[in-house]
Design a protein around this ligand. Structure first.
Ligand SMILES: [Zn+2]
Length: 447
């Protein structure tokens, strides 16, 4: 056992948490046990938590009190999860327009954690998380990290966006002892920085890599093309972006079967992640309740989440804007935590045919774009219903045949009346938070 991680995990970290009065560790220990409870018991507890939350918002939250009044209902009318399905959905617009009303009574905002999310519209949403909820959620993250062989105090590498330099003495100390992270900013992923990053991982024998889905793919493909084969990782946690199957296969080709997909959002934190069986994602059911509206194992449905912990800005039946598959039945790992299937994409990822039919941007990326030789990176922008612009970063193997493949795919998926142009670019800008957005759709069909 390495000395620093053991010292951090068993001594410094628990001492620090006790010092600040955090209940993260006892909660984590409870969560380690509760993951193996039978699914029915976990679902029963979720139902109780929803009923408690409804009573809380009725007494302490102006926004939901108004909703209940408009519905002509009281918290006691919701006796089962089937009843809860009649509770109105919360939208991103609600969060944006009613932020003040959504803050529960009696909270001093200076004692709360403020969360800001960008979203595809670029208009930020603000909400607050109370400290107790945040600490339990930190315990949830610890538990799910361990599924990917990561424990507090271990070294890790991260392909992340929006990495801010930290200079204070306290931050330098926690970075050296606790975070121990080698970063590569996804906004700065050029050949030189990727080679340096790979070398730093190898030199420090780092075995865990966190990253945005598409950046992991981009990094893995770079290593494959450069024939860099000396990186041995035990776990790769892919989050914050979809990792479509074809891209995942490339990451696994380079690193082996060590990818742990994770799904979450700024508004509620970690929602679900893969266990060591890599068969769907277990929902962090002690903290969130997930519904997939109109979804099946084959047909993606809209993801709706209820936060069972946060009382400051309660999130009840929030439509995140993502699509996911369901995953019924127990997992062979023995955990009772229910599962969901793959997250297919954001509803905002969709493009349209001239006739107004939806085409999933992420599927186009997965089934066509990444297979075109010489397309190092690509992005599609739809400015009008009958035209697409592909921004392409050229790589090795690019030829006229690459453009012909793209043209054939456009006709196949969007029909003969769709026009397109290709713009060769040096880089494709990422979003403000360092995420890659493959498809940007600026139109909505009027139907
Ligand atoms: Zn499992």
């Amino acid at each position: 056992m390495e000395l620093i991680p053991a010292c951090v995990r068993y001594l410094l970290f628990p001492t620090y948490l006790r010092f600040i009065g955090s209940e993260q560790l006892p909660q984590y220990r409870r969560l380690v046990k509760s993951q193996f409870l039978p699914e029915e018991e976990l679902r029963r507890r979720q139902c109780t938590a929803v009923q408690d939350m409804l009573r809380y918002v009725h007494d302490h939250n102006r926004f939901y009190r108004r909703r209940l009044r408009e519905l002509g209902a009281t918290p006691d009318d919701f006796r089962s999860m089937a009843d809860f399905e009649h509770f109105p959905l919360l939208t991103k617009d609600d969060l944006r327009e009613h932020a003040d009303e959504l803050l529960s009574d009696g909270w001093d905002v200076s004692s709360l954690m403020r969360k800001r999310t960008g979203g595809s519209t670029g208009v930020p949403v603000h909400l607050y998380k109370d400290l107790r909820a945040s600490r339990i959620k930190a315990g949830v993250t610890m538990r799910h990290d361990e599924w990917a062989h990561f424990q507090v105090g271990m070294k890790k590498a991260a392909l992340w966006g929006d990495v801010k330099p930290r200079t204070s003495l306290w931050h330098r100390l926690t970075d050296a002892l606790y975070n121990r992270t080698i970063y590569l900013d996804t906004l700065e992923m050029d050949d030189r920085s990727m080679l340096d990053f790979a070398e730093a991982i190898r030199r420090t024998s780092t075995q865990l890599l966190f990253g945005h889905g598409h950046s992991l793919y981009h990094f893995a493909r770079f290593l494959r093309d450069r024939r860099v084969t000396n990186l041995k990782l035990k776990g790769i946690i892919s989050s914050a972006e979809m990792l479509p199957p074809a891209e995942r296969r490339v990451v696994e080709e380079v690193f082996g079967n060590v990818v742990f997909d994770r799904y979450g959002c700024e508004e509620v934190g970690l929602i679900a992640s893969e266990c060591e069986r890599h068969d769907g994602m277990h929902v962090a059911a002690e903290g969130v309740y997930i519904e997939i509206l109109d979804g099946t194992e084959e047909v993606p449905g809209r993801v709706v989440v209820t936060d069972l912990l946060n009382h400051a800005t309660p999130i009840l039946r929030y439509e995140i804007g993502d699509l996911a598959l369901t995953k019924p039945g127990p997992c062979t790992c023995g955990r009772g935590l229910p599962r969901i299937g793959r997250v297919i994409g954001r509803t905002s990822d969709f493009l349209y045919t001239p006739e107004g039919r939806q085409i999933s941007g992420i599927s186009l990326l997965d089934t066509v774009i990444i297979h075109i030789p010489g397309f190092r990176r690509a992005q599609v922008v739809q400015e009008s219903l009958d035209s697409l612009t592909f921004n392409v970063v050229k790589g090795e193997g690019f030829s006229d045949a690459s453009l012909r493949m793209l043209a054939a795919a456009v006709t196949k998926y969007f029909g003969p009346s769709m026009t397109h142009k290709v713009v060769m670019v040096d880089t494709i800008p990422l979003t403000g938070r360092g995420k890659f957005q493959f498809s940007i759709c600026k139109v909505r069909p009027t139907r």
